[in-house]
Each structure stands twice: as C-alpha cells, then as structure tokens.
Design a protein around this ligand. Sequence first.
Ligand code: NOJ
Length: 573
Amino acid sequence: MLRLTILTCFLLIVASSAAVNPNWYKNAVVYQIYPRSFKDSNGDGIGDLNGITSKLEHVADIGADAFWLSPIYKSPQVDFGYDISNFTDIEPTYGTLADFDRLVAKAKSLGLKVIMDFVPNHSSHEHPWFKKSIQRIKPYDEFYVWRNAKIINGTRHPPNNWLSNFQGSAWQWNDVRKQYYLHQFAAGQPDLNYRNPTLRQEMTKVLTFWMNRGVSGFRIDAINHMYEDIHFRDEPSANRTDIPKTDYDSLVHIYTKDQNETYEVLKSWRKLMDDHSARTKTDPKMILTEAYASHDLTVKYYNSGSTVPFNFMFITDLHNSSNAMDFKRLIDRWMKAVPNGKVANWVVGNHDNHRVASRFGRSRADEISMIAMTLPGIAVIYNGDEIGMEDRNFTYAETVDPAGCNSGPARYQLRSRDPERTPYQWDNTTSAGFSTNRKTWLPVHSNYKTLNLKRQKGEYYNHYQIFKILRSMKRRPVIERGTSKVEVYGNRILCITRSLGNDTVIVMTNPSNRPAAVNISSRELPPVLIVYAANVDSTLRPGTLVVTNSLFVPEYSSILFTSLNIYWSDHNV
Ligand code: NOJ
C-alpha cells in the first residue's frame, strides 16, 4: 500500500512537472490588446472584456502565444486606464471579475497566456489610498510623494522644476494637505512612493492577486519612473530652443528616471513570480518592462529579471528615412547585448506611438513585422498591425488623449496618441464591426470599408495572409534556433540570413525607390532560393525562383526567401 502511495505521488509530481514548459516564451509572439478599442460587446461604443473574449479565436488564429491587456482595472479613465482607482478590481465599463475569469478560462482553452498591464508608478487621484494620504491617515500618508511649497517673495511655488510627461509642472498643490504632490503624468495620476515599505508590500499583494487568478505575467508600465532623487534636485535644461519650457523634453531627466533602486524592486518582483510559479507548478511568468531609456539602461533590466525589456528601436531609433546600415547597426547592437540564457525582443508598435504602417509608410507596413518575426526571440505586435491598420488624423476638438489635449491646438499632433488607438477594423459593417453603436469612443478610421480583417481573410494575398505566413515560419527550428547574420548589400539592401542544416530563411528589404540586383551567393547558401512571401505592394510573388548570384529586389520591397526544401515541404510539392 505504502509503495503504491509513493508511486502515485511520484507519478503526480512527474506529470505536473512535465506539464511545465520553462522555455515557452523564448520564441513567442506577444499580441497587445488595447481593450477600449478591441471589441465592444454591449453597444456602448467602448470595448470590453466580453468583447475581447468573443474575439480570442482571432488572437489564436494569428498565432499569438500570449496577449497583453492594456489596463482593465477600475479607473476614472483620465489616462484611459493608466490611472487606477482599484488595483484588484475591473473597470465596470469593461466588465466584472467574473468576466475576467471567463476570459482567462477561454484563453487557456485556446492555449493563450494572459499578461496584465501592471502600473506601479502611480494610482488614480480617486484611489482610496490617495484620499487617505491627503488626510494624512497612516500608513497612507507616506504612500505618495508629497513636498512643501517653495515660498519666494511670499508666493507659493512647486518644490522644484520637474515636469510632467503631459506638459507643465509635475507638481500639483493640494489645499487640504497643504502640500504639493508629484505626478509625472496627468494630475489625476499621483506618483506612488516606493521608498515606503508598506506601499511596496501592498503592490506585491496586487501581483499575487492576479497571479492567483491565472495570469502568466505582467507588462510593467513606466518602470523607470518609479524612483526619484532623494534630494529632489532641479533637473538640468536640455537647451532646446524649439519647444516650450513646459514641454517634458525641455529637461534632462536625471533625477526622475532610471534610478538604481528600480532595478532592485524588479528583482524582488521576479522572485515573487518565480516563487509563485514554483509553488503552483506553472510556466515561468513573463515580465515585460516598459522603459524609454538609453540602450544600456534598457538592457540592464534583463539582469533584474525582465524577460522582455522592451526594445523600442523600430519606434524610437528607426524611421522611414533610416537606411539599411542604420537597421544593421541597431539589430547587431541589441543581439550583442542580450545576456546568456536570455532572448532578444522586437517591438513593432504599441498604443503610445504611431502605427507601423504610418511610421514607415503603407508600402512598408509588412516590413518591420517581417524583420521582427525572422530575428531570434520575441516579437511584440500591437493589435491591428497584423492587418496593416493606419493612423487616423484627429482635429484638436476630437482629441481626448491628455498628452494631446494638454499640448494645445498648435502642438497636439506632436503628442496625441489618439491616431493609433482607433477601434479595431473587423469588417465593413457599422463601426467596422467593433460596435453596434455608430458613435464609438474614438471614431473609426474611414478606410475600414476596404481595410478590415474579414476582407483580408477572404483574399489571397494581403497583410493578414503575410502575417500568418510569418507566424508559421517563426515556428520552424531555423528561426527558433538557427544562426543569424545581418548584412548590407550595395549600401541599401538589408539582408537577414537564418540557417540551420539544410534550411535557409532570408529576409531582404529594399527601402529605396530604386530596384537592386545583388549577389549574395556563398558556399553556405543554396544557389537557388524561392520567394516565400513579399510585402503586399511588391511586384515579386510567392513561388518565384531566384538565383543568389543575381538576386533582384524591387524598390520598396521586403521579401522572405527560403531554401526550396522549406517551401516544398510547406506546399506539399
Ligand atoms: C505608459 C503607457 O503606455 C501610457 O499609455 C501611459 O500614458 C503612461 N505610461 C502612464 O501610465
């Protein structure tokens, strides 16, 4: 009997540990869902959890391994969810905790992991902690960053020159507490004080709450804003004469960003998550860290436990007029910086930046995904980019994003993030199939009649079909673990080669307006390759045979070539 029990226990341990996949994230595709704009299930014009649940088949269909939900917590929506008034409840406009549980269960049944947005830097001004902090009720009195006014000639001034990301002073006077509080974003987003141990403890409880509800990781918002200089020193001027003094970029943020303590807190959260995974015998949690920081300070997050220190190079460093050499230099730099045992990541777009099709131009909409999905590591895709959605132009009167509104009518277009947040274009019916309501929280892009998922599903060749091809290619061992080489030909053609045994996959891009013929033949490459996919506007079509000693690359093209064996095995030739 005892032997039987021991055997059963042994089998149970083996069975549960066999189910754990420690490497699940290493070649993953992470899909960002912006909940307000994904799918509205109740006709109020705002996306919601049941809407997302009803569309999870799409997320599975495009081959995502995990999806990251921008904040769905209870929030007055000053910054559309990044201002949280209850870290452990759902915003009623989006649904309930029961809806969330159903979403997680369905995701699980489809093999999708759920990643929550975790916003540690600030809460909403409506959070009960903030209300108690105003009243100096312990322990909440120290949960936020409060400072006395500076009195100059009898007049009250903010304690220093720090600026908010959304324009103007980062300090807001509170008449009850008779002090200023810090807000690095909107005034409705008071900064939390990480020098307070009780606050730190509360935030670990938040992480545990969501892990217990089945989430597989967190995207950590604005992580490099968490700590500030203990002496509250003025920040130096960036000496910009082209922008107003109230603009965030007019200062160099040496005292409000990237402080060393941030990396230590992250380590403690990594441990918390690892312990949770070990205890519950579940896959390792993914941590994605959002820090717009220098390259060195970004990759430093790897060593504090970040799985994906967001690599924003396609957003912040490369643009429509970057040349092939710029791409090569930045790709090589990231690849070199990835520590042993960690993986690279490539962010194509997000809700804070113009859409990839608008940044690089319509004809190059597929190019960045092609590069991101062919390089080793994790690709991060913003919802809608898989069908080539484009920014919509907004008037100032239509603008709702605080970053845009606070910049005023002359400068809102430089800052507003509304253009990339318009509703997902599912089909050509009312409001692009996003909502039954004609009026949606942001207007639908007028191109939805022709640019929508349903249409692309029914056609032979378009952004969606290319994306699906890229996804299935990414699952191949040659992409998962093949060698990589990044080269530039004739100064203008970028060539990324992945090889493993007889398998070769090459991505070539020609961002210029002239076609090129390049000779890439070498002993390691097969002499003949085949076009597996090309960007939608390219004149080259899948199935075309090419010779490596005179490879024709049309203008504005991005082409995925493979060795013949890959093409034939996938097309049953
Ligand atoms: C980064 C988020 O992505 C952005 O949307 C938000 O406004 C700020 N952090 C503040 O939370």
